[in-house]
Ligand binder design. Structure first.
Ligand code: ZN
Length: 343
């Protein structure tokens, strides 16, 4: 009898994936017990100022608390490492969240990634990920705009809002800048998009880097929200894109420039737009309600439990930046006051 039960259980377990595929008929977009499979891919950043190990944990927590997502974290080999065994089964997931800013991937992986997105896979790009891969044309089409890593006008024009419309600006120069990490107001520009539906017309984001002078092809791109880059804080005086959606082939892309660190990601505004953006990139719909604690036009709303995932949280809200010894400066010093070479 015990043998029979064991066999029945084993048989059910083995046949489950096949049933899953048969039900949905589209092998590259499987769901598991109603959950949306998410691949959160990390493994590298351009410098210690982006603590990807911590921010991955914050994003994972934010996705899992919705009850919608089954999140798998995969860490790519470090720069110069052996990528020969790194072959994630992208088609296993409905959406890939990239928390990655490292050297260009091997051609086989790049090709797989392009096929995955163009074939209908979802992609979510968070903050420093838009610094990555300056020389990978398909990736730059997916993200629309990016910065740093020697990007200049050859990467494309700058994109920002002027007189209520998205404009491109071919003025030559470097791509990517930001001032000190301060709270700033995010303004909705596409209220009818599923990610934005029900959000206020403007909301105050917790202290973060306000990315500006990003450049890129900007094709098939809809800017969902902007923020004014204040000249008093090394800004451009433009309304810079903060949240974007793009299409690449049949794939949906959500790009948020917000989220420098756990403190910024602990903003209920970041959290909500990220959770909704991942669902939209995966399914084209958003079923999540806007939380009652969503920030208002002038008030920040902040989740201490998420910020505290960063061990340096206990050092105080103004000092979570990790600085290399060679770059060490007095607290709140020129790290962010200088024309920002670091993203
Ligand atoms: Zn940053």
């Amino acid at each position: 009898m015990r043998q029979l039960i064991t066999f029945a259980l084993l048989n059910a377990m083995l046949s489950a994936p096949a049933m899953c595929l048969a039900q949905h008929e589209v092998p590259m977009l499987p769901v598991h017990e109603g959950m949306i499979r998410v691949l959160l891919l990390d493994g590298q950043s351009g410098g210690p100022y982006h603590n990807w190990k911590v921010t991955t944990q914050v994003m994972k927590a934010e996705l899992e608390e919705t009850g919608l997502f089954e999140v798998t974290v995969m860490t790519a080999p470090a720069s110069g490492g052996d990528f020969s065994g790194f072959k994630p089964k992208l088609s296993h997931y409905r959406v890939i969240v990239l928390n990655y800013d490292g050297p260009t991937w091997p051609e086989e992986l790049r090709t797989d990634f392009e096929k995955y997105v163009s074939g209908g896979g979802g992609l979510v790009v968070v903050h420093a990920t838009d610094n990555a891969f300056p020389d990978w044309p398909a990736f730059n089409l997916m993200i629309g705009i990016g910065g740093w890593r020697n990007r200049t006008e050859t990467a494309g024009p700058m994109w920002y809002f002027k007189d209520g419309k998205l404009v491109s600006d071919p003025t030559p120069g470097r791509a990517g800048s930001h001032g000190a990490r301060l709270p700033f107001q995010v303004v909705t520009r596409a209220a009818d998009h599923p990610i934005m539906r029900g959000l206020p017309a403007a909301w105050m984001h917790a202290p973060d880097e306000l990315y500006a002078t990003l450049r890129g092809p900007g094709k098939n791109m809809t800017v969902l929200a902007t923020a004014h880059s204040d000249p008093k804080n090394k800004g451009t005086d433009h309304d810079e894109p903060m949240l974007m959606v793009l299409s690449y082939g049949s794939g949906r892309v959500f790009h948020t420039t917000l989220g420098h660190d756990a403190e910024a990601m602990a903003c209920v505004g970041f959290m909500t737009t990220f959770q909704r953006g991942v669902e939209w990139a995966a399914t084209g719909k958003v079923t999540q309600r806007v939380p009652a604690t969503f920030p208002t036009a002038n008030d920040v709303s902040y989740r201490v439990d998420l910020a505290a995932i960063d061990p340096s949280y206990l050092n105080g809200a103004s000092s979570p930046v990790i600085v290399q010894p060679a770059l060490a400066a007095p607290a709140r010093g020129p790290m962010h006051a200088a024309p920002s070479p670091r993203p």
